[in-house]
Ligand binder design. Structure first.
Ligand SMILES: [Zn+2]
Ligand SMILES: [Zn+2]
Length: 394
């Protein structure tokens, strides 16, 4: 059997757009992880060039609902034929809290409106995103990934209720399915390769978000509103937004950190497999094309996840040893990455960011840490030549 993978980190600027083209004995299988950029005009061209018209995308994974990860979705929907879309399932109260967050941003800053609207649409009515583009959405299957809990014992009644409500929401999205995080048997239902798997992991944020949700409920009840009102655009006048913004700030970290991770890699650890990497960057120190025979072919896609929080070797268990490439989360923000997890391993670390972005991404210390840990930071920007490719042969 021959299995070839072309993995591409596309140069969309401040955003995220990654794809893998698998060819197994002549059969093709395409996946995409996130599809967005703050620079929509530039990003649109990149998406159009990435796929020929009507090309099939077998699975589209969405890490979270921020604009810079979804803004190019319309182009992708128009251009290609998406078969499955895999999204994180959010506890019902967190979905409302997140709606309120996007509504607030929109009301406080009108230039954010088109951005936040798209996020809200995908969050609350994902089917309509396809309908808007006149894509026949009954052909698209929506797969929701449950938040991961270590054991059933962690399920208290409140968490169970929120999850049940979330599953009911998911079941209203036309063709749909709900799968478990990090479940090998559920992952097999996404694709039938015998030597490769796509393993999504939606971390459970129930406890982290608890205080925020409770603070929101207290404030809403004092004002005779309910959590559901956070889904209603009419609700967000200047005064409400000001007060709500204070409540959202009370959360440690940011509410939109909830990114769904994806491990894409071989079912078995590879002793020897060929990974060719192609980096076209014209910056002299980063310009190379080479073969890394010792590199593991698995990739961890991380969206804007906070990789500091969690020891990945714990959360991804045995898969961890098959990861040779890790997408640096959150565009290289200093708040999101800690190489302790990857210490002393020669990881390839692509980081997506827009040149001259206003957030100061990537943070210098993040890049420095990667180099010190023996890793290879690869900048993927809005410069076309910064496209980064890995060609893998199993
Ligand atoms: Zn984000
Ligand atoms: Zn982002």
């Amino acid at each position: 059997m021959s299995h070839k993978v072309m993995r591409i980190f596309h140069p969309v600027g401040q955003g995220a757009f990654y794809s893998e083209r698998h060819e197994v004995d002549g059969q093709k299988f395409n996946i995409v992880y996130d599809c967005g950029s703050f620079n929509v005009r530039h990003g649109t061209k990149i998406v159009e060039e990435a796929f020929v018209a009507n090309e099939r995308i077998d699975i589209l994974f969405i890490s979270h609902f921020d604009f810079d990860h979804i803004s190019l979705l319309q182009t992708l929907i128009r251009r290609s034929q998406i078969r499955k879309i895999v999204l994180p399932l959010l506890h019902e109260d967190v979905r409302f809290a997140l709606s309120g967050y996007y509504h607030c941003r929109m009301a406080r800053n009108h230039s954010m409106q088109p951005f936040a609207e798209k996020s809200l649409q995908l969050l609350n009515d994902p089917r309509s995103v396809f309908q808007d583009e006149r894509a026949p959405c009954d052909q698209v299957e929506f797969v929701f990934v449950r938040p991961y809990v270590e054991s059933e014992a962690e399920h208290n009644q409140e968490r169970r209720d929120q999850l049940n409500a979330a599953e009911e929401f998911a079941s209203r999205q036309g063709r749909n399915r709900i799968i478990n995080s990090r479940s090998e048997s559920d992952a097999k239902s996404l694709c039938s390769f015998v030597d490769w798997m796509f393993l999504p992991y939606n971390m459970d944020y129930f406890n982290r978000n608890r205080a925020l949700v409770q603070n929101l409920i207290v404030w809403l009840e004092q004002n005779h509103y309910s959590l559901e009102d956070l889904n209603d655009g009419q609700f967000f006048d200047r005064e409400h937004c000001k007060q709500l913004a204070g409540i959202y700030k009370s959360l440690k970290g940011s509410i939109n950190e909830n990114s769904m991770l994806l491990f894409s890699g071989p079912l078995q650890q590879q002793n020897q497999c060929e990974v060719s990497i192609m980096c076209h960057s014209l910056t002299p120190s980063w310009c190379f094309r080479g073969h890394l025979l010792s590199c593991q072919p698995g990739c961890l896609y991380s969206g804007d996840f906070n990789l500091k929080q969690e020891s990945l070797s714990q959360s991804y268990g045995s898969y961890f040893d098959r990861i040779g490439t890790v997408q640096v989360p959150h565009h290289g923000s200093e708040h999101s990455f800690d190489l302790n997890n990857f210490y002393a391993r020669g990881m390839i670390c692509p980081v997506s960011y827009g040149v001259n972005n206003r957030f100061g991404h990537p943070d210098w210390t993040v890049i420095d840490d990667i180099v010190h840990a023996g890793g290879y930071p690869i900048g993927v920007t809005n410069d076309r030549f910064s496209e980064f490719k890995e060609e893998i042969r199993l």
